[in-house]
Design a protein. Sequence first.
Length: 329
Amino acid sequence: MRPRDMSYVVILFLGLCAFYTTLSGIIMDMRGVPTFFLHAEMGYACAALGALHLALNAPLIRSYAHRWRHPALAQRPTRGRRDFLQGTLAMLAGVVVGFGVGRKVPSEGRSAPMDRGGATPPPQPITPGAAIALPPPSPSGLLLDKAIRQRRSRRDYAPLPLSQGELAGLLWAAQGITDPARSFRAAPSAGATYPLEAYALVHRVEGLAAGLYRYRPTEHAIEPLREGHFERQIMQIGIGQGMLAQAGVVIILSAVPARTERRYGARAERYILLEAGHAAQNIYLAAEGYGLGACAVGAFDDEALNVFLQIDGRRERALYMMAVGKRRV
């Protein structure tokens, strides 16, 4: 194959890779998706093909450079110079458009594509003292070493409700009080600052209306926030992961950073994320003990989930989700 023909082939593949990289990048930016299939790999492929294209056209590039260095040979714009100027302007235009789209979407519009199934319901007034007491956490009967050995991320659930006892055990394992005298909780926390909040998005739990609840560790109770069926909405927030709609309950962990920052400053960010991991593993083991399926979810639209929980994303922000449901037999 002649060098010119090879150059045309490289240009073709470079164009295809660039198109895919651009399209997937726009989808990631518009939808807040953290990763996209082969996005990074196509970006590296673009860089490699670009370098190969320059190598194949090195003589032509040297010729253009020679014309730039000798004004007498460049009294009128050559086609190469025109192409170079057009390419530079196109690149700058792409950067400007990218900045425009990226700055307009996140603050008020990034969660909008997730809300096609219906707008986020307005907050309902909370009646003081309306918290629903949960049953005391009961032992699951499964030895810890066996629960650790059997623990798996399970994404397929039967359309059966959880019991209130199972929900109580899951929430207690995440953030329950284990030492009332000192208010110590089930999951370790740096300096016992306890920045985490636990929410239960109930789809199917015996004796409870579907809706969003906040766990109150000191009372071992749940506070109703909004009533409704939000299966479709939470699935959209979770980038289309169907298990979030199929689960009996989705436990959402958020953080109030100020609680830990007061003591640890910038180091608090690390401690908060570590604590979320501790709580999530406790939920996994509790679910295994009760014979339930559970799966941690970290891929979701952060801003849309904050909006759904009606938190501001600064004083309090969503960190983690755990889908839990009855296993299919």
